[in-house]
Design a protein around this ligand. Structure first.
Ligand SMILES: *[C@@H]1O[C@H](CO)[C@@H](O)[C@H](O)[C@H]1NC(C)=O
Length: 225
């Protein structure tokens, strides 16, 4: 099938992009409070961990409260993990309240849904396994740095397997239950993570660059002795 055939097939099936958008939106019930609660939770989580982690970096308040950097990081990890569970629960609740789209409920969609959900979870779990608890949950902000950059799977696929994997799991769930509103919420997840990355990536890069400068300075110091 050439690109043109596919384009024609999509046009035949869904009409013009604006028609598609309009019919998509009829499957999003904006009168349901659960939709907004879920969206709020999606927006809240990365905002929360970025604020707390930077506060920790600047003041070490969690390290002081918990009596150690590692303990502080574990406390933050438990909190972030719990917020994630809560968000997944709110997502499920929101989907329950949203219109079902029979057109989506066909075997190819179900298959795609299962693949996306499975692949998304593989990305999330394997990156947690590769990074460990402190590596996954912002240990760098506590001064717990990784010795080396992790380059094996899943980091040879994407730099941010946790975020993209999470997005794919949300999308897979939406498709599995044939809920277009879930696709919309998944996009909110993706956008939120892309925004979070714009804050996180330069910041952690600087944390590691600082360590490299300190190592280089220490090596220079030794040489000149
Ligand atoms: C990533 O690493 C895994 C495991 O080492 C390997 O099987 C896979 O082919 C690699 N993928 C890419 C795109 O390099």
């Amino acid at each position: 099938m050439s690109g043109l055939d596919i384009k024609q097939a999509l046009l035949d099936e869904f009409g013009s992009p604006s028609e598609f958008y309009a019919s998509f939106m009829t499957y999003v019930d904006f009168s349901k409070t659960s939709l907004y609660i879920c969206a709020a939770s999606i927006l809240f989580n990365p905002t929360f961990w970025n604020i707390v982690a930077r506060l920790e970096y600047n003041t070490h308040f969690l390290t002081k409260l918990a009596g150690g950097a590692k303990k502080g990081c574990y406390a933050l990890a438990v909190t972030i993990f719990s917020l994630g569970i809560l968000r997944d629960f709110l997502y499920e609740q929101a989907l329950r309240d949203q219109p079902y789209c029979a057109r989506l409920d066909i075997p190819p969609t179900k298959m795609l849904a299962a693949v996306l959900f499975g692949y998304g979870n593989i990305l999330v779990l394997s990156s947690m396994y590769a990074l460990g608890v402190t590596g996954t949950y912002l240990g760098d902000y506590f001064g717990i740095l990784m010795d080396d950059r992790v380059t094996g799977f899943p980091f040879n696929i994407t730099d941010n397997p946790m975020y993209y994997g999470s997005f794919l799991s949300f999308l897979g769930t939406a498709l599995w239950f044939s809920k277009p509103a879930g696709i919309l919420l998944s996009l909110v997840v993706l956008v939120m993570y892309l925004i979070a990355l714009r804050f996180e990536e330069p910041f952690t890069a600087e944390i590691y660059a600082k360590r490299e400068r300190e190592r280089a300075a220490a090596a220079d110091g030794k040489k000149s002795k």
